[in-house]
Design a protein around this ligand. Structure first.
Ligand SMILES: C[S@@+](CC[C@H](N)C(=O)[O-])C[C@H]1O[C@@H](n2cnc3c(N)ncnc32)[C@H](O)[C@@H]1O
Length: 209
């Protein structure tokens, strides 16, 4: 098995473990962080031309247009840049566990987006943001931590989850499982999208009672 195949297997194993139990994530966290730190310099060369197709299609359906957005597992920042371009009035935070991915993201930030996009080191399983801080929380090929997404989203805010290669994406959670986890936390207004080789899901946190 080569290094890439091993990395894909670790990513899938870590995703399944984290969705099943955030406690298990603690065992995988150092490994996942090291793995993404190591591939940070070559990450952008590995991207397919339609990597963000499902992300963009789902983003176009977000209503009302959010002004505060969190892109979790932002990696080298491409998702954050897509968000900033499609949402010209929004402030975007890109968060990631791997410092070297964030170094690349900061270096790649186009000057015209720099005043609205910032990158911060954070673990999506224990975010350093207050309850209800964001109107949209996005994930592109990122392990979902449902409790934290529900916590940092404002009432009525939306969560977006995109997987660039559908079920063959190393970090992938089937739509029925996503829906089950989100419904358990009160999310509604589910929408599923297919674009390029991938899929995406959009869901809304309920308005406060
Ligand atoms: C497959 S990459 C996707 C990067 C980017 N979203 C893209 O699609 O190009 C997954 C990213 O999530 C980050 N990540 C994994 N687990 C994380 C966690 N618990 N908190 C924050 N970032 C995490 C990794 O460091 C990596 O940069």
């Amino acid at each position: 098995m080569n290094r890439n195949d091993l990395g894909r297997k670790v990513a899938r194993l870590a995703t399944n473990a984290a969705v099943r139990s955030p406690f298990l994530w603690r065992l995988f966290r150092p490994l996942v962080r090291r793995m993404f730190d190591a591939i940070a310099p070559s990450w952008d060369q590995m991207r397919m031309e339609d990597t963000f197709a499902p992300f963009e299609v789902a983003l176009a359906a977000v209503e009302p247009k959010p002004r505060k957005v969190l892109d979790l597992g932002t990696g080298t920042g491409e998702g954050a840049f897509v968000l900033a371009r499609q949402l010209p009035d929004a402030e975007i935070v890109g968060a990631d566990l791997a410092a070297r991915m964030l170094d690349q993201a900061r270096e790649r930030t186009p000057p015209e987006l720099a005043s609205r996009v910032r990158f911060e080191r954070a673990d999506a399983s224990a975010l350093p943001y207050a309850d209800g801080s964001f109107e949209l929380v996005t994930h592109a090929n990122m392990i979902p931590f449902f409790d934290e997404v529900a916590r940092v989203l404002a009432p009525g805010g939306q969560a977006l989850f995109a997987f660039s290669s559908g079920s063959t994406t190393p970090i992938y959670v089937p739509p029925e499982r996503m829906r089950e986890e989100l419904e358990r936390r009160g999310f509604t207004d589910f929408a599923e999208f297919e674009a390029g080789r991938g899929v995406a899901i959009l869901a809304r946190k309920p308005q406060a009672a």
